[in-house]
Design a protein around this ligand. Structure first.
Ligand code: GLP
Length: 241
């Protein structure tokens, strides 16, 4: 694991955006794995800035998002589809048909999950996967005790996650209890991984992810086994290292 400590959230976001931009410059038809949550917002803003300066082109880029709430329509303001559109897709020249996000309103979850995996494979696999991290160590929506062998599947969210994500919903009752998420195996198949964390409230999780045991109890610890992981954190998230 390569650990990069930046001064603050702004610097972390710039660094992550630069890494993604150079990926696109080197391989214009890159397959990007994208993440939601508050942490990557700054990265998307920086990336849009780089695009607006004319330095990168998304016309051949393909994206796969990690996850989507189960039961939410793409037009729902809390859906990850809506989030991605708001912070990234509507600002850049990506082709709609190159954007992939699990369909949270599917009638056949198993088929949707299998199809998602097939689409990733058909695109040639993910070149670089962007990740945030939950306070309980989840990546995507792979909650503690997930099976490391899991591919894209329907997950039940932890109480902790529901509480943490309720800040984006009118009330905690409105937070979906399930989501469709890439599995750990899907994430581990990515050629490169870029994990971001900011703030003191993530410092213990980051410490355990990097220095702790590899265990499904902290799903992100599996990344110790991946050959090409870059962790970008700010000084506050790095305080226990
Ligand atoms: C959600 C997402 C994760 C994300 C996590 C952390 O649960 N499914 O992909 O990493 O939130 O979010 P934040 O960056 O807001 O702390």
């Amino acid at each position: 694991m390569r650990i990069i400590v930046e001064k603050d959230y702004k610097e972390l976001s710039k660094k992550a955006a630069n890494i993604l931009a150079s990926q696109i410059i080197l391989k214009p038809d890159s397959v990007l794995g994208l993440a939601t949550g508050s942490t990557p917002i700054g990265t998307y803003e920086e990336l849009v800035g780089i695009y607006k300066k004319g330095n990168i082109n998304f016309s051949e880029v393909v994206t796969f998002n990690l996850d989507e709430y189960y039961g939410l329509d793409s037009s729902n303001q809390q859906s990850y589809y809506y989030f991605m559109n708001k912070y990234l897709f509507r600002h850049i020249n990506i082709k709609t048909e190159n954007i992939h996000i699990p369909n949270g309103r599917t009638k056949d979850v198993d088929l949707e999950c299998r199809d998602y995996e097939e689409r990733i494979k058909a695109a040639g696999g993910i070149d670089i996967q962007l990740l945030g991290i939950g306070r309980n160590g989840h990546i995507g929506f792979n909650e503690p005790d997930v099976k490391f062998e899991a591919l894209t599947h329907l997950v039940t969210l932890d109480e902790d996650t529901i509480k943490a994500n309720s800040r984006f919903f009118p009330s905690i009752e409105d937070v979906p209890k399930q989501a469709i998420s890439m599995g750990i195996k899907t994430i581990m198949r990515s050629k490169k991984i870029l994990l971001l964390a900011s703030g003191r409230q993530k410092s213990q999780t980051i410490y355990e992810m990097i220095k702790g045991k590899i265990t499904p109890k902290l799903p992100a610890s599996v990344l110790q086994l991946h050959p090409d992981v870059t962790v970008i954190i700010d000084e506050e998230a790095a305080i226990l290292l």
